[in-house]
Ligand binder design. Structure first.
Ligand code: ASP
Length: 420
C-alpha cells in the first residue's frame, strides 16, 4: 500500500512536461512496434480529448467574466483591437512564409502523376456572410451545447461588461449582487484550474494513446512518400515559432528562450490532440501560471485566438496551394501568390478549431484560384501529420500574441512561472 502511494507521489512530483514527453516517445515506439493493432487504445486518447473539452467551456466563461469585468470597457476595446491586429499580422506572415517554403522546397514538383490517380473530393462551398452571422449568439445555450466558441465568447464578453456597470452601481443592493457574482466567477475559474491540473496529470496517457494510434495507423513510411510537403509545412511552422514569434517577443523585451521553454506543454498537447479549442484549458493554464499574462488579456485573447488565429493553418493552406500548382503545372505568378495568401488567411480565420478542419477549408483556397480539388484527396492521406504540425503552431501563436499584448499593457505578472 505504502509502495503504491509512494509511486503515485513520485509520479505527481515528476514535472508534467517530462511525463507528457515520455508518453509521446513511448507512443511513437508502441505505434511502430504494434502497427494497426494499437488501435484498440484509441478510446484512451479520445477520453483525454473529452476531458479537455469538458473543462474548456466553463473555464472560458468564468475567466472571461472575471477578465472583462475587471477592466473598463475602454481599456477592453483597446486590448481587443491590439489582439486582433497582432493576430492578423502574424497570420499574414505565416501565409507568406508558407508560400516561401513551398517555392523553396517545391513539394509536388516532378510528381504530376499523383494527380491522375487522385480521387475528386466533392466541394462544399463555405459562405463567409453566413459564418459571420452565426457569430451572433441567437441562443447562447445552443452555442454552448455545440461547443461553438465565438458566439459564447461574444455573449460572455457582453455579460462581463454588463457586470462592470453593475459592480460600479451607486445602489448598495445592486453593487453587492454584482460583487458576489464576480466572486463566484472568480472561484469558478480557480476551481477549473484545479481540474486542469488533474487533466494534465493524466495527459501523458492520453498523449501516448493519441500518437501511438496515428503512427500505428499510418506508419512512418508515409513521411518518406510526402516528405517534401511535410518538410515545407514543418519548416513554415518551425520558422514561425523559432524566428517570427521569438523575434517579435524580443522586440517587446520578452526573453524568447523563456517563452519557448514555457510554451512546451500547450504546444505538445495541441500537436497530439490536433484541436486548438480542446487545448484551450492547457493554454489558459500556461498563460496564468507560467507566463503570468493578465486575465483581462488572455481570458479574451486565447479563446478568440483558438477559433480565429490559426497561423499554422494559414501556412498549411498556402503550402498545399503551391503543392497543387506544381502538380497541375500551373505557372506561379505574383498575382496568383497574392490571391493565395489573401484567401488562405480568410480560410484560416474560418477554420474550425477541431482536427482536420483545415482540410475542408482547402476547397476555398484551391477553388478561389482554380486549382484542382483532387489535390485534397492526396493531402487527406497525410493530413493527420500536417494537422499535428499546424495545430501546434496555432496554439503557440495565440500565446505569443497574448504575451506581447499583456506586456504592452504592463499587466504581466513577473513573479510567476518562467519569469521567477
Ligand atoms: N486542427 C486545427 C486546429 O484545431 C485546425 C485545422 O485543421 O487547420 O487548430
Amino acid at each position: 500500500m505504502t509502495g503504491r502511494n509512494g509511486l503515485l507521489k513520485s509520479y505527481l512530483e515528476f514535472p508534467v512536461i517530462y511525463k507528457i514527453f515520455i508518453g509521446f516517445v513511448l507512443g511513437v515506439i508502441a505505434g511502430v512496434l504494434l502497427g494497426p493493432s494499437i488501435m484498440v487504445i484509441r478510446p484512451l486518447g479520445e477520453a483525454f480529448i473529452r476531458l479537455l473539452s469538458m473543462v474548456a467551456l466553463p473555464l472560458i466563461v468564468f475567466t472571461l467574466i472575471v477578465g472583462a469585468s475587471s477592466i473598463s470597457p475602454k481599456d477592453l476595446s483597446r486590448i481587443g483591437v491590439k489582439v486582433l491586429g497582432w493576430y492578423l499580422i502574424t497570420c499574414f506572415i505565416a501565409a507568406i512564409l508558407g508560400v516561401g517554403m513551398g517555392l523553396l522546397i517545391k513539394p509536388g514538383l516532378g510528381s504530376e502523376h499523383l494527380l491522375e490517380e487522385a480521387e475528386c473530393t466533392p466541394v462544399e462551398p463555405v459562405d463567409f456572410a453566413d459564418m459571420a452571422l452565426n457569430w451572433i449568439p441567437g441562443n447562447v445555450f445552443a452555442s454552448m451545447a455545440e461547443f461553438d466558441i465565438i458566439p459564447v465568447l461574444i455573449f460572455t464578453l457582453i455579460f462581463g461588461i454588463g457586470l462592470t456597470y453593475v459592480r460600479g452601481s451607486k445602489e448598495p443592493r445592486i453593487k453587492d449582487a454584482g460583487d458576489t457574482l464576480y466572486k463566484v466567477c472568480d472561484a469558478g475559474a480557480e476551481i477549473m484550474y484545479k481540474v486542469v491540473r488533474f487533466v494534465l496529470e493524466v495527459a501523458p496517457f492520453g498523449v501516448f494513446a493519441l500518437i501511438a494510434v496515428v503512427i500505428g495507423d499510418t506508419g512512418l513510411g508515409i513521411f518518406a512518400e510526402y516528405a517534401r510537403l511535410i518538410a515545407a509545412e514543418a519548416a513554415a511552422d518551425g520558422i514561425m515559432i523559432v524566428c517570427v514569434y521569438s523575434g517579435l517577443l524580443l522586440l517587446f523585451g520578452i526573453n524568447p528562450l523563456k517563452f519557448l521553454k514555457g510554451v512546451k506543454d500547450p504546444w505538445l498537447v495541441g500537436t497530439v490532440t490536433r484541436t486548438s479549442a480542446g487545448t484551450l484549458p492547457v493554454s489558459m493554464n500556461c498563460a496564468e501560471n507560467t507566463f503570468g499574462i493578465s486575465k483581462s488579456v488572455y481570458s479574451f485573447s486565447l479563446p478568440l485566438g483558438a477559433t480565429m488565429n490559426m497561423d499554422g493553418s494559414a501556412s498549411y493552406q498556402t503550402v498545399v496551394a503551391i503543392f497543387a500548382c506544381h502538380l497541375a503545372g500551373v505557372q506561379i505568378t505574383p498575382v496568383l501568390i497574392a490571391t493565395i495568401v489573401l484567401v488562405s488567411v480568410m480560410a484560416s480565420i474560418g477554420t474550425a478549431s477541431v482536427p482536420s478542419a483545415g482540410l475542408v477549408m482547402l476547397t476555398i483556397t484551391l477553388s478561389a484560384v482554380g486549382l484542382p480539388l483532387e489535390v485534397i484527396g492526396l493531402v487527406a492521406g497525410i493530413d493527420v501529420i500536417l494537422d499535428m504540425l499546424r495545430t501546434g503552431n496555432n496554439v503557440v501563436g495565440d500565446l505569443a500574441v497574448s504575451n506581447i499584448v499583456s506586456k504592452t499593457e504592463n499587466e504581466t505578472n513577473w513573479d510567476v512561472g518562467v519569469w521567477k
